[in-house]
Design a protein around this ligand. Sequence first.
Ligand code: BO1
Ligand code: ZN
Length: 271
Amino acid sequence: KAPTGSFDYGDTDRWASSYPLCGGPMQSPVELTATRTTISRTPKLRFARGLKDGEVEVTNTGREIKLKLLPKNRTEPLLELVSYSSPMNGAYTFAQMHFHWGPGAQHHGSEHCVNDQYTDAEAHFVFFNSRYGGFKEAVRHFDGLLVIGVMLRGAQQPGGLAFPTLGLENKLDTIDLPGNRLTMSADLTYFKTLLQHAVGNFYSYHGSLTTPPCNPVVTWMVAAKPVDVSSTFLERLRTEIFEDADGTRPLVNNCRPTQGRSGRTITKHIS
Ligand code: BO1
Ligand code: ZN
């Protein structure tokens, strides 16, 4: 048995031998298509608490780049999303955001596939159900987590709604190796705009964490439309961020292949 926390993207079919849940039903990601999909008119989602200026902690975990918000007063969630209709049916508190990306060129880097399209990368905004008070307790419940996925498309000159990199491109050298982290202050208002876009038209289904231990406790909401991100930024993620302490293996291809849908309902929500 592999040590806790150890898994390999070259070997996704064997995750289940160390993490049984990864071989179970209701796994993520999946292919999301407009056909064989239920359409639902969904009331606009509300943010109970919003993002303002804040301190952000950015970590190279060796698997991904992860962003956390650092609240000044730890009892106050910095971002809470509320909806009393399906698929959320409650309030969810923001935990962290991270990216998945590919090796570039002809290879995709998103985990989900929307309308037969993979994109260069995918951002995940991870929330836990506020009724469970924290992530650890939430992963023990069917309705414990909400992850909002935003498909990212590399663009020379991002137009329209572009992904906010928060000035991270000037600081990548400090998080090149796993375990490295930095704290920076950032204007987070644009994240709210992006999330507002994502929760306008989206696909939802019940799935899992896309990494071990693959708990099938995630309400997935994936934005129907991809968002642009600078292709230079993506290329720098692929070449300047490493998965090993020696800085010899670039961190690329941290995306799990799509999993069987096996009878699950996918709903397309239109606001
Ligand atoms: S994902 O959004 O399905 N790719 C995903 C996969 C794994 C996690 C989160 C989201 N992992 C968990 C860790 C916890 C940690 C939590 C919040 O993220 O297993 O230890 O507390 O950062
Ligand atoms: Zn993810």
